[in-house]
Ligand binder design. Structure first.
Ligand SMILES: *[C@@H]1O[C@H](CO)[C@@H](O)[C@H](O)[C@H]1NC(C)=O
Length: 267
C-alpha cells in the first residue's frame, strides 16, 4: 500500500525543504566550518594579514591558487596562513620565495587562471594542516557533494567573515552552465573549466578566488570566475585535472609555460 504513504512523504519533504530554505544563508549561503574542516585551505594574505584569496596546500612546499591571485605580486608581498578556520588567527604563516603564473593566463579570457606558490620553508602538517589529494581522473559528470570553502564575503557589499564558510555544490554540464550564464557572452567555457552550482543565494563571492573545490578528498577545482555574488548563476572553476601536467612540469622545475616572479621588496 505504498500510495497511502505518498501524501505523508510530500508533507515530510515539504517540511524539510522549507526548513532548508529558512536556514540563515551566510561564501554566500554557506555554513560555518568546524575546526579541522578543509585542513588544506589557506588564506593568501598581505604582509599585514589582510585576506586576499583562497588557495590549497598540495605538498609541503607548494600552494595552488588562481592566476589572478598572484599576477603582478612580488613574492615578498604575499604570505600564506595555514591550519585555521579563522584567517585572523593562523595556525602558522609561510612565505613564498617564487610565484608561478600560467604563461597563457587569461588567454583566451577566463582561461588558464592558475598559479602556484613555492614556499621558502616546508609546511609542518598536523590535524588542522594537510595537503589535499590531487585528481588522477576527470570529475564524474553531475557529481554532487563538491565542497567549496573560503573566507569570501557573505554578500556583494559585505565584509569578510572571520570564520571559514563551507558550501556544497554540484557539477553542472557546460550546456546547463551556459544556459544560466547567457548574460556573460564573453565567457567561453572550455575543457579547462568546471562549472558548479547549487541554487540561487548560494555560491562564491569576493575573497573566495583561488579557493578549492573538493570532491571526496580530491582537489578538483580552483575558483576562477563568479558573478558577484550568488545571483543564481554558477561558479566557474579551473579543472585541476586539466592542469596536472602543467603543475608537474612547473613543480619539477622543467616548466616552459610559467612566468616566475621571485622579486622581493624590502621595507
Ligand atoms: C622565509 O621568508 C620569511 C619572510 O621573508 C623569512 O622571515 C624567513 O626567515 C624565511 N625562511 C627561511 C627558511 O629562509
Amino acid at each position: 500500500m505504498a500510495f497511502a504513504w505518498f501524501p505523508f512523504y510530500i508533507l515530510l519533504f515539504g517540511l524539510l525543504y522549507s526548513d532548508l530554505w529558512a536556514v540563515e544563508h551566510l561564501i554566500v549561503g554557506g555554513q560555518n566550518a568546524a575546526e579541522g574542516d578543509a585542513p588544506y585551505q589557506v588564506s593568501l594574505q598581505t604582509p599585514l594579514g589582510s585576506h586576499l584569496c583562497g588557495g590549497a596546500i598540495i605538498s609541503d612546499r607548494w600552494i595552488i591558487t588562481a592566476g589572478h591571485c598572484v599576477k603582478g605580486y612580488p613574492a615578498s608581498r604575499l604570505r600564506v596562513a595555514t591550519g585555521t578556520i579563522r584567517y585572523t588567527a593562523p595556525g602558522a604563516l609561510y612565505y613564498p620565495d617564487a610565484l608561478y603564473l600560467h604563461c597563457n593566463y587569461d588567454s583566451p579570457k577566463y582561461h588558464n587562471d592558475i598559479g602556484l606558490l613555492h614556499l621558502n620553508e616546508s609546511i609542518s602538517f598536523n590535524a588542522l594542516t594537510q595537503a589535499v589529494g590531487l585528481p588522477t581522473s576527470s570529475l564524474p559528470r553531475g557529481a554532487s557533494e563538491l565542497v567549496f570553502t573560503g573566507w569570501g564575503a557573505q554578500s556583494a557589499a559585505g565584509a569578510l567573515p572571520t570564520l571559514m564558510q563551507l558550501v556544497q555544490q554540484q557539477h553542472l554540464s557546460f550546456q546547463a552552465c551556459k544556459s544560466l550564464l547567457t548574460a556573460y557572452e564573453d565567457l567561453e567555457l572550455g575543457p579547462c573549466h568546471i562549472c558548479a552550482y547549487r541554487q540561487a543565494n548560494t555560491g562564491a563571492c569576493h575573497g573566495d578566488s583561488g579557493g578549492p573545490l573538493v570532491h571526496q578528498g580530491t582537489l578538483v577545482g580552483i575558483l576562477n570566475f563568479f558573478v558577484p555574488c550568488a545571483q543564481g548563476v554558477p561558479d566557474i572553476f579551473m579543472d585541476v585535472m586539466y592542469y596536472r601536467d602543467w603543475m608537474r612540469q612547473t613543480m619539477s622545475g622543467n616548466g616552459k609555460c610559467a612566468q616566475v616572479n621571485q622579486q622581493t621588496i624590502t621595507g
